[in-house]
Design a protein around this ligand. Sequence first.
Ligand code: PMV
Length: 361
Amino acid sequence: MNINDFLPKAYTHTLIDDSVSYEAPSNIALIKYWGKHGEQLPKNPSISFTLSNCKTTTTLSFEALEEELDEGYDFEVFLDGEPEPGFEPKIEQFFNRINKYIPFLRQYRFKIETSNSFPHSSGIASSASGMSALSLCLMQMENLMQPNMSIEHFNEKASFLARLGSGSACRSVNGPLVVWGSHESIEGSSDLYGINYPYKINEVFNDYKDTILLVDKGEKQVSSTVGHNLMNNHPYAVGRFEQAFEQILNIIPILENGNLDAFIHLVEREALTLHAMMMTSSPYFILMKPNTLQIIEKIWNFRRETEIPVCFTLDAGANVHVLYPESHEQRVLDFIKNELVAYCQNGHYICDSVGSGARKL
Ligand code: PMV
């Protein structure tokens, strides 16, 4: 697929008014995307687990306008039933980026009603699940106007659009493992959209668990756009991008043979590398909190003492994602309750596991 394949063909059906709904999950990267160029294109390929419980549900209602708008868009956004004008600038920017691929945006009045399964102030970014859900709703509209569209095209274009809203959102359409970014060893991979990981996945990764420890629920100190841009003049950027390409090669046999020692080494190294990039940019910043480090230390001790293959990964924030196979769920949850909850803000954490992607409602 190249970019022109996402320009729409002539529509065969006209829509007057209706609504469409989708739920889309969040995702957690094992190999991280940090650094972009052009229009939301990644500097390196990444791979993520699609989650299951952390998700956004969006209903897009539309009503044809009498006349197409010359500029701007006619939309309002509601979060949990309340108007949320704070989301408008990001959606307007998104619409500007996708207008040439979804040319009917100026022909309708839209109402976007959205809600997240996780608390807004959890420090979990809703942009991945939110942009994915909205993109899927728009694709559903396009599909109604062009009913002979294939499922492959539907999903690829939904991911392509989601990427233009928030890079990692393109990994929130499919599941359980999604690759975004072109890599010569991953057939079908593309910088333009995420694809389902195309090779063998060991059964140990079926229903892998992710318990998200909410260490700091505050607003992000640094937006991800600013963070990605800091990779542009970063002294270690070239080495980092090369490493990520290598890590994709390294993870292929691990995902097949289920070697959890190697998996843990790769995943934790990726998380710490992401934060090392932030700590060594100019300006530099630290997104981990003291409790993030306490938790990491406790996980390492627990793993050493019990030999249970539990590890952590981090997003661009202080929260810790604790990853482990389902077979160890009870022991790990006991450990979390007894030893880690004390480091979570108000004792809060979210139990999630690997999921299979977005769903039409
Ligand atoms: O999708 P963005 O632009 O918010 O970037 C997210 C980047 C990380 O979450 C830090 C890593 C990743 O690959 O998801």
